[in-house]
Design a protein around this ligand. Sequence first.
Ligand SMILES: *Cc1c(COP(=O)(O)O)cnc(C)c1O
Length: 396
Amino acid sequence: MPSVLRKEMFHLPEGIIYLDGNSLGPLPKAVPEKVAHMVQAQWGEMLIKGWNTAGWMAQPGRLGDRVGQLIGAPEGSVVLGDTLSLKVFQAVAAALKMRPGRRVILSDTGNFPTDLYMADGLAKLLDDGYEVRVEDPLHIADFIDESVAVVMLTQVDYRTGRLHDMDAITKIAHAKGAVMIWDLAHSAGAIPVDIAASECELAIGCTYKYLNGGPGAPAFIYVRPDLLDTIEPALAGWLGHDAPFAFDLDYRPGAGIERMRVGTPPVIQMASLEAALQVWDGVAMADLRAESVALQEQFIAQIEARVPGLTLASPRDPNARGSQVSFSFPEGYAAMQAVIARGVIGDFRAPDIMRFGFTPLYIDAADVRAAVDHIAAVINENLWDDPQYKVRNRVT
Ligand SMILES: *Cc1c(COP(=O)(O)O)cnc(C)c1O
């Protein structure tokens, strides 16, 4: 099996083992030059001509196609823009329009809160009997009935890494007449996804986690191709209009996936993402997955053998996990701060989850071994029990 390891393509700070690429991917080395070029040679020299000359206006669709390749989406079905929270709103609103007789938005308690908040805000805004129902992820299929307009789930649980069966749940949703939305925030660039084969209507995700686009990189949205000409984009921005520069007073949705665009794209951030996506050239997702599973299995085995104070909080079956492993520990926050102080970066999710992401493009078995050494020292020698590690930062 060809290795997907390509550490030399990333800027990895000296002395750091980065197990948090599931939250914010590291800097690909191609990014600074590309961003500097965009700023100086394009914005600086071309000024407003850059929209046409440098192709800024086509970029959300062009990069959408590149991201689409990583999630099994056909050309012209993915576009970039906005933040994931906004794409959740847009996707759910569009889905509700497809099922006007139904009032339930179904999700699960493992979903990332912003997805639930956005759906709830939309339900309240519509003020027409809509309800967000949030159920147990392990039994979510049992809650899909004929009242459900849309099932909106995140495929990989951000805390535990638990993986939903995308194809099976989508089939059940469709059998009950519901629209299916998958949030791929922790899937895109992490595991093989065949979004077209799943037949879900909509998918959304972000590009600053496993896709390494940098903090604030734009989100993406996928629309199943047969729906592209009828879907109502809900966020009716001018750049999703059929003819933005006609400046019509009335909104008329654009052709194909273009209609899911909203406003001016973040061009500098797109330049960063475009350079970052080069690291995926020649990477087969099946190879990436095999290496991710091997690293996770090594990590779990070594932690369980050497650090009895930690309890596995992720599914034990690697086929039921995404690309992260979580352990619970009552003093998880302080412990993670102490681990970070030793150069191993993971993160903490309340109430007691220590979370570690595995990204085989730049993490190898030697990194995992070294990370376990540090975690073992922190837990087994109670190094976390120090006031300096107990002060909560704004971002955990
Ligand atoms: C990371 C993440 C988000 C973040 O949303 P932003 O609008 O990009 O801040 C949303 N949903 C899920 C499932 C996530 O994992």
